[in-house]
Design a protein around this ligand. Structure first.
Ligand code: UD1
Length: 430
């Protein structure tokens, strides 16, 4: 099993290019099912999740051609079978996007039910509510979601809970439906807008994405497109926190600063200097990190996917902070690992009380999930000595060349596959 090994304690400095947004890519790849023509997608991050999604498209019968590392051409005209059974896909939450896309195009879908996951129970009732409103019959059989519709007809759907996945999925099921669909209490995340832009570039008629009411007028057919995915807001935020926690000076490039507002504001609050450019943000870490209170919220609130990284930063603050996780019910599991590095954090339900300490002590720790894994790497980079992070496959699900990008900023970090390699690294870095 691969591990990250790093010698922390040095400030990160320099510039880092941010990759395409993983969560946008997952929806957009599935969205290619909605046309028989070629879909050319650029800025696809080369990470485990998108690669699994592309493999699953092939399993379904689509032709997937990788033009270069971050560009793919997909043609789904040869998909005949709307049932998908892929073991990898079962482990991935975003497999639910196949339901909306297959239902929208083929009026049927059979897709493994996305499992619960380490960050908490993750129901899909709002997705199902939307599909049913459009006229689909949905049932669960042998762990699969089976969806069927004679015809799909637009309707008004008010989401009981703001859900990124349900909003995107209902958009995909509705673009080819008859008549008009209105999604109320829709999610407003940047990748909702990206998904709508992508579908509109194929001839869909979606208005209002980015607000909480999305209006979709069904069209008969979608055509091919060439589309470039937006930059990854969470990858950018992670590197901004890396600058802060190592007291470094990092410019994250190729981003949309507007998408970063909640993160930039918090970093300023804790004492960072944050300088915004047209498509970049420079973060200079403070000598003393000030405490702050945070509550995760749907966009434009503070993202739950940045909660572990900011909590890790606050663990080194000069006072007491409170972090409230309001989106997922079990997203503080990594705190036990931070405690092993000396952090003083108490978790009660969905609230973490974080008493700042002066420094982390290096340790061998284990990534419990994707974003928490990245946060533990940040902790390791701040700790003076050698830290090892196990289970890095989680991190590789969503960060393209994480260790390479960190090394380019001056971090001493590598991937090792054995104790021997780890010892060699330790000898080399002294
Ligand atoms: C997406 C992101 C994930 C991010 C999350 C919140 C993708 C592939 N993943 O996940 O990285 O952490 O948004 O920004 O884009 N809920 C229901 N019923 C539903 C759907 C959701 O109760 O049918 C609840 C969830 O349990 C959660 C909340 O709604 O408490 C938000 O979930 P949602 O926005 O749907 O998250 P995902 O789309 O799964």
């Amino acid at each position: 099993m691969s591990q990250y090994i790093m010698k922390g304690g040095l400030p990160l400095t320099g510039e880092v290019n941010i990759s395409g947004a993983k969560n946008a890519a997952l929806g957009i790849i599935a969205g290619a099912i909605l046309t028989d023509e070629d879909v050319h997608i650029d800025n696809v991050p080369d990470v485990r999740d998108t690669n699994i999604m592309l493999e699953a498209m092939k399993e379904l019968g689509a032709s997937v051609e990788r033009i270069d590392r971050n560009t793919v051409r997909i043609n789904t005209s040869s998909i005949r079978n709307a049932a998908i059974d892929d073991d990898y896909l079962r482990m991935m939450r975003a497999s639910y996007y196949f339901i909306g896309a297959l239902l929208g195009k083929h009026h049927e879908a059979e897709v493994p039910l996305p499992g619960g996951c380490v960050i908490g129970s993750r129901p899909i009732d709002q997705h199902v509510k939307g599909f049913r409103a459009l006229g689909a019959k949905i049932h669960i059989e042998n762990g699969n979601v089976i969806a069927k519709a004679d015809r799909l007809v637009g309707d008004e759907i008010y989401l009981d809970k703001v859900s990124v996945g349900a909003t995107i999925n209902i958009m995909m099921a509705a673009v080819l439906a008859e008549g008009r669909t209105i999604i109320g209490n829709a999610a407003k995340e940047p990748h909702i807008v990206d998904m709508a832009n992508f579908l509109n570039s194929m001839g869909a008629n979606i208005r209002g994405a980015g607000t909480d009411v999305i209006r979709i007028k069904g069209v008969n057919k979608l055509h091919g497109t060439e589309y470039s995915i937006i930059p990854d807001q969470i990858e950018a935020g992670t590197f901004m926190c890396a600058a802060a926690i190592t007291k470094g000076d990092v410019t994250v490039k190729n981003i949309i600063p507007k998408h970063m507002e909640s993160v930039s504001a918090k970093l300023e609050e804790v004492g960072c200097t944050v300088i915004e450019y047209d498509d970049a943000i420079r973060v200079i870490g403070p000598e003393v990190i000030k405490p702050a209170n945070i509550m995760t919220l749907p966009y434009p609130g503070f993202p739950t996917d940045m909660q572990p990284q900011i909590t890790t930063l606050l663990a080194l603050s000069s006072g007491t902070s409170m972090v409230v996780e309001s989106i997922f019910d079990s997203r503080f599991k990594y705190v036990d690992e931070l405690i092993r590095m000396g952090a003083d954090i108490r978790v009660e339900g969905n609230i973490a009380v974080v008493n700042g300490i002066n420094e982390f002590s290096p340790a061998q720790i284990t990534a419990p999930d994707l974003r928490a894994g990245a946060a533990l790497v940040l902790a390791g980079l701040a700790a003076d000595g050698i830290t090892i992070v196990n289970e890095i496959e989680f991190i590789q699900r969503g960060y393209e060349h994480f260790e390479k990008k960190l090394a380019e900023l001056g971090a001493t970090i590598d991937i090792v596959d054995s104790e021997r390699e780890a010892k060699k690294f330790a000898m080399k870095v002294g």
